[in-house]
Write a protein that binds this ligand. Structure first.
Ligand SMILES: NC(=O)c1ccc[n+]([C@@H]2O[C@H](COP(=O)([O-])OP(=O)(O)OC[C@H]3O[C@@H](n4cnc5c(N)ncnc54)[C@H](OP(=O)(O)O)[C@@H]3O)[C@@H](O)[C@H]2O)c1
Length: 309
């Protein structure tokens, strides 16, 4: 029986080592070097080729290498009978908290403008208002969104969150469902997207949403590039509906050289680094789920195919 990692263009040696440290008897293979496809029972995937998963006749379960599972749910070669799970870890949460707080501080304290001025040797001050004057709205209050929201509230921002079901969080106002989306947006100045990519959420960061935000408004997208309608973002920036955007994810990664986002001072770009899975931290989860899949037990951090996350 073997466990296979499938993640093209990624060095997976640290992953293999981390799993072997937990159980030296595991048979671990790294695609495309697979000896016998019949022996593959569990795959751990990131951006796997979309024609592969139905070539393992005894596949029982697949795990995402990260928090998102859209690459698995959109893979037509994944048989319906195969269970799906993902990884959840404290360091993914910690990194996301750091990233979002960093982005918001840069926006709130005008650091972005100061860095741009520095390049031209300009000494100019800008007024800023304190955290308590800024309304931050988090779309998605899941494993990442909840702690991000609570940390921002602790720092002093006015924080609200939007999810499918209502939440009870410390100092975070909770909005739920499409009925409460407008109230959430009307109360938000910095909109942070931490939604999973699903049929319902694809293209959600669009002009009609931007128009409902409190001004001056910013959008931070750390979820998936496909949440954002790129041409709507540019239109919203050019017509001052939005003041700026901070993006970590893009519908095509790496962002192509000729992409219009690169040349804009009001779009901050980071190369999908907000929160990265650390092999040592999630190896035990993967081994546990491998054993659960082999023994027919329900997986930890299982994905609901109906809900798409
Ligand atoms: N940029 C990076 O480096 C990076 C790193 C990690 C993750 N991510 C992205 O972050 C996403 C979120 O991760 P997570 O672990 O926090 O996800 P999660 O635990 O699955 O939480 C998803 C949240 O979104 C809400 N939601 C889903 N569909 C919705 C809808 N139609 N309307 C309103 N709310 C909806 C859910 O509501 P309920 O609570 O009511 O179910 C839940 O609160 C991942 O899917 C991934 O794409 C990016």
């Amino acid at each position: 029986m073997s466990l296979v990692f499938i993640a093209p263009n990624r060095d997976l040696s640290a992953w293999k080592r981390a799993l072997e440290q937990i159980d030296p008897n595991l048979e671990i293979e790294i695609w495309p070097d697979i000896e016998n496809k019949n022996r593959v029972h569990f795959c751990v995937c990131w951006n796997q080729p979309k024609h592969l998963l139905d070539s393992f006749p005894n596949l029982k379960a697949v795990s995402s290498l990260g928090a998102g599972v859209d690459h698995l749910l959109t893979d037509d070669s994944l048989p319906d009978s195969v269970d799906i799970c993902r990884v959840v870890s404290p360091s993914l949460v910690q990194q996301m908290k750091e990233y979002i707080l960093g982005a918001i501080l840069n926006i709130q304290r005008n650091f972005i403008r100061c860095f741009q001025q520095k390049n031209k040797k300009i000494w100019q001050t800008h007024d800023h208002s304190s955290a308590s004057h800024w309304n931050v709205g988090i779309m998605g209050l899941g494993e990442l969104g909840r702690p991000v929201a609570e940390q921002l509230a602790q720092v002093g921002y006015q924080v609200s969150g939007w999810s499918r079901s209502k939440k009870a969080l410390t100092n975070v106002r909770s909005y739920a469902g499409s009925d409460e989306l407008d109230s959430f947006l009307n109360n938000t100045q910095i909109l942070v997207c931490l939604l999973p990519l699903t049929t319902e959420t694809e293209g959600i960061l669009a002009l009609d949403i931007f128009k409902k935000l409190k001004h001056p408004a910013w959008v931070i997208n750390v979820a998936r590039g496909e949440h954002l309608v790129n041409e709507d973002l540019i239109y919203a920036l050019d017509s001052s509906i939005l003041q700026g955007a901070w993006l970590d994810v893009f519908s095509k990664e790496p962002l192509p050289n000729q992409h219009p986002f690169w040349n804009r001072d009001n779009i901050m770009i980071t190369p999908h680094i907000a929160s990265v899975t650390e092999p040592d931290e999630v190896a035990q989860q993967i081994v546990d789920n491998y054993k659960r899949a082999l023994s027919g037990m329900p997986l930890n951090y299982a994905v609901d195919r109906e809900k798409e996350y």
